[in-house]
Design a protein around this ligand. Structure first.
Ligand SMILES: [Zn+2]
Ligand SMILES: [Zn+2]
Length: 388
């Protein structure tokens, strides 16, 4: 990287001119290529990517397109690099940056909002009204790495300092890559939901987000935390992360009734829907108590049939969640720093960057019971390691 005036680098972290980067061609088609190492501008740093986790939303972007949005449209065949759940080491500082130092390990949030729209001013930068307006002669300063700007299936990426979260020295790279996942769970429960200790929570679906919602809910003092799921191995992990009860929905036809039985007959204060099952939203409506809240955290691919009259007559709140916001990721990192839960329980596999297509196949097809699959750019390309 040729550092322009004002950009600080260090001889301890030499930065090459070009890097390996995966780019998205047609849907589902990724090619490993060379790209120039990006240069940080004002209020940005260059992060050397040490670990990137594969998220269900990456699969949406790679195979379907949205919420990826490049040059105002679908992300295909635009030399775009996906990947968004990552951590790394700060290796260059843009002009004027003194909030972080070279060599510092950081987790990163995905979204740097424009900072000037109504939602950004409220701290809800993942709902930025200028989402994706960063192409051609338009530059609203919005970035969502791996969605509207280049992401992390490569070796280096620039990040706005607003998106950085310093991580504890004893946190592994893999755990660091899960900080943002836990941050999403935190955002769902506290910033958007308003959960306080002692309230009851159901999590439907034990994918990575569902499992992190269980862990964060328990760490926040929720009581009880109930998981609904059909795979016994996932139920076991949820119990290890703090779920008080796990209901196997393949053995329980009346799941709403089973939830109520476990919580005094009235239903729970919160349901966080993470399963994407088309019937799950209607089940959630009947699990939540009067005045309770339902957070929708999964992408369903078909419209869901919901008993709206029940929602109306019981004053039920329904809200969607996109990513994280209001510094929820900082709070999640603080919990992880204090060992309030062990996020690494959801990490199952690690691959080198060169093996990204295999890593994606493991995540997508849940090969070998994969939950969270991590890719490490600096891992020896010949090595594939199973998680500890
Ligand atoms: Zn994600
Ligand atoms: Zn904005």
């Amino acid at each position: 990287m040729d550092a322009p005036a004002g950009v600080k680098t260090s001889k301890d972290f030499p930065i090459p001119q070009s890097m390996k980067a995966w780019v998205l061609g047609d849907p589902g088609e990724l090619t490993l290529t060379d790209k120039p190492v990006p240069v940080p501008k004002r209020a940005e740093v260059l992060v050397r990517i040490d670990a990137v986790a594969i998220c269900a939303t990456d699969l949406e972007v790679i195979y379907q397109g949205p919420p990826g949005m490049i040059q105002g449209g679908l992300p295909f065949n635009k030399n775009f690099t996906p990947g968004h759940e990552y951590m790394g080491t700060v290796v260059a500082l843009g002009p004027g940056v003194d909030e972080y130092r070279i060599g510092q390990r950081v987790a990163v949030e995905i979204h740097a909002g424009c900072g000037q729209c109504k939602r950004c001013r409220e701290g809800m930068y993942t709902s930025c009204h200028n989402y994706g307006l960063n192409y051609g002669d338009v530059d609203k300063g919005h970035r969502a790495n791996g969605f509207t700007t280049d992401g992390a299936f490569c070796e280096y990426q620039v990040n706005n300092i607003n998106t950085l979260v310093a991580i504890a020295d004893d946190m592994s790279d893999e755990e660091g890559a899960l900080v943002v996942t836990a941050g999403t769970a935190m955002y769902a429960l506290t910033e958007l939901g308003g959960l306080v200790a002692g309230e009851s929570v159901v999590v439907s679906g034990a994918g990575p987000i569902g499992l992190m919602v269980v862990a964060v809910a328990k760490a926040l003092g929720a009581q009880p935390v109930i998981l609904t799921e059909m795979r016994d191995d996932r139920m076991k992990i949820a119990r290890a992360l703090g779920a008080d009860f796990a209901i196997n929905i393949s053995k329980e036809p009346d799941v709403a009734g089973a939830v109520k039985k476990l919580n005094g007959g009235k239903g729970v204060d919160y349901v966080v829907e993470c399963s994407a099952a088309s019937k799950a939203v209607n089940d959630a409506v009947h699990m939540v108590n009067r005045g309770g809240k339902i957070c929708l955290a999964a992408f369903t691919h078909e419209p869901a049939l919901v008993d709206i009259a029940h929602v109306v007559s019981n004053n039920i709140y329904v809200y969607g969640i996109r990513g994280e916001g209001k510094s929820a990721v900082h709070r999640a990192e603080a919990f992880m720093r204090q060992k309030r839960f062990d996020a690494t329980k959801i990490h199952t596999h690690t691959f080198p960057l060169a093996d990204l297509p295999t890593a994606i196949r493991y995540a997508k097809d849940r090969v070998d019971d994969a939950i969270k699959v991590v890719v490490k750019p600096r891992l020896d390309a010949a090595r594939k390691v199973a998680a500890e």
